[in-house]
Ligand binder design. Structure first.
Ligand SMILES: [Fe+2]
Ligand SMILES: [Fe+2]
Length: 171
């Protein structure tokens, strides 16, 4: 193994460990495990989806030369869809796409102390569908990561090890 691949593998390991640690904390202290009960895209649960988004957001942050607050990035990513209901039950009548960021933020605030970045990540992740654009670099990363993960999950590629480390899996 050359130095480049050792560095890449270390980065992958630390990314997986950070996501796992923060996920465990959210599972222990809040209703995070309930996300397993709700399907999101295709057969992907909301729980698996938010782990995928955290993985992608962290991976994108690792590629950037600019500094990012990884703790807030991962917490915000894991909580961005904390709306805690099955949106398929609304039969398309409720504007879930527009309203769920606010619902997720309110639920997350009920269970955890959020900083401003984490709140902004949750509230702005549906941009440009919702008008409010992301304010922080971390929020932009989650907004992009959400679209990539959704695209892959919708295409049924969620099991790809390319973008989700097995140790961070929500299953
Ligand atoms: Fe969402
Ligand atoms: Fe999402």
């Amino acid at each position: 193994m050359n130095r480049q691949s050792i560095k890449k593998s270390n980065r992958r390991y630390h990314r997986a460990q950070r996501i796992k640690k923060i996920r465990k904390h959210l599972e222990d202290d809040g209703r995070f495990l309930q996300l397993k009960n709700f399907n999101h895209h295709g057969a992907t649960s909301v729980h698996t989806h938010v782990v995928n988004v955290a993985w992608w957001a962290h991976r994108l942050a690792d590629l950037l030369p600019a500094k990012t607050d990884r703790e807030s990035l991962v917490r915000g990513a894991l909580l961005h869809d904390y709306f805690l209901y099955d949106w398929h039950d609304n039969h398309g009548h409720s504007p879930h796409g527009f309203t769920h960021p606010r619902t997720a933020l309110n639920n997350a605030k009920d269970d955890f102390d959020l900083n401003e970045k984490e709140s902004d990540i949750i509230l702005s992740h549906m941009w440009p569908l919702t008008i409010r654009p992301p304010k922080y670099r971390e929020s932009w990363l989650v907004t992009i990561a959400d679209k990539i993960a959704t695209f892959e999950e919708t295409l049924g590629k969620r099991k790809s090890k390319k973008y989700r480390h097995p140790k961070t899996s929500g299953k």
